[in-house]
Design a protein around this ligand. Structure first.
Ligand SMILES: [Fe+2]
Ligand SMILES: [Fe+2]
Length: 229
């Protein structure tokens, strides 16, 4: 089973990759100093709202594939068998390093932009940040179940499945709600104010599974995704 890297270090490393993709001509020394400047708040990285929305929708398509894989992995296992716990661990590890660390915080920023630029459009969306915290907590619960089983602790199959159904159902409903409510309103803002940008300096990072480069610790997860395509 791959060792989970330190999440902050992970994000910083992927931040470098992200900056170089943003401007491939940047030499490594410059990207390192840019990261430092971003962290000190001396530099900001702003992305157009319309592009952020494209990326968020792409993330949802990818997340749906992972939730399908998570469900299938458990549904197809016979009563006496056990799901592929390493695969479940990889999926839940990914949820902490990309959706919880990059995707959801960027959606919080989109919600903040709506509130700042067009309060009328933000009405009824107040639950976005709280929903993200709840999803992270449900994900932590499921990840801890998986880690406990891997380390030999007694977690019943029923308990694991309940936490899994709870997490998957909540995240699916949340994404559907965002596609129906948050994103269309943000589309309106993006088309009304074509120059609208979001400061993503605090949430830089490439997707380590579906991005330009797959992180080594996620190659098994990617292979499983390709297998079920
Ligand atoms: Fe969200
Ligand atoms: Fe989302």
């Amino acid at each position: 089973m791959p060792i989970a890297p330190n999440t902050e270090l992970w994000r910083r490393l992927w931040g470098v990759a992200s900056l170089r993709r943003w401007n491939p001509r940047l030499p490594p020394a410059n990207t390192a100093s840019m990261i430092l400047m971003l962290k000190k708040g001396e530099l900001t990285m702003r992305i157009k709202l319309a592009r952020i929305l494209d990326e968020l929708r792409e993330d949802h398509r990818n997340l749906t594939r992972l939730l399908d894989l998570l469900e299938n992995e458990c549904r197809d296992v016979p009563e006496e068998g056990e799901p592929d716990m390493d695969l479940l661990h990889d999926i839940m590890h990914y949820m902490t390093v990309y959706p919880d660390a990059i995707h959801h915080p960027r959606e919080d920023l989109v919600y903040t932009a709506l509130r700042e630029h067009c309060a009328d459009l933000a009405g009824g969306l107040e639950s976005v940040p709280g929903d993200h915290r709840e999803i992270a907590e449900l994900g932590d619960t499921l990840r801890m179940d998986v880690e406990a089983i891997i380390s030999g602790a007694a977690v019943t199959r029923q308990h694991l499945l309940e936490d899994l159904v709870n997490y998957v159902g909540h995240l699916r409903r949340h994404m559907e709600w965002e596609e129906a409510e948050l994103f269309p309103r943000a589309d309106s803002l993006a088309s009304e104010k074509e120059t609208a940008t979001i400061d993503v300096s605090a949430h830089l990072g490439d997707d380590p599974v579906f991005g330009a480069t797959t992180a080594k610790s996620f190659t098994n997860l990617l292979a499983n995704l390709q297998r079920v395509q």
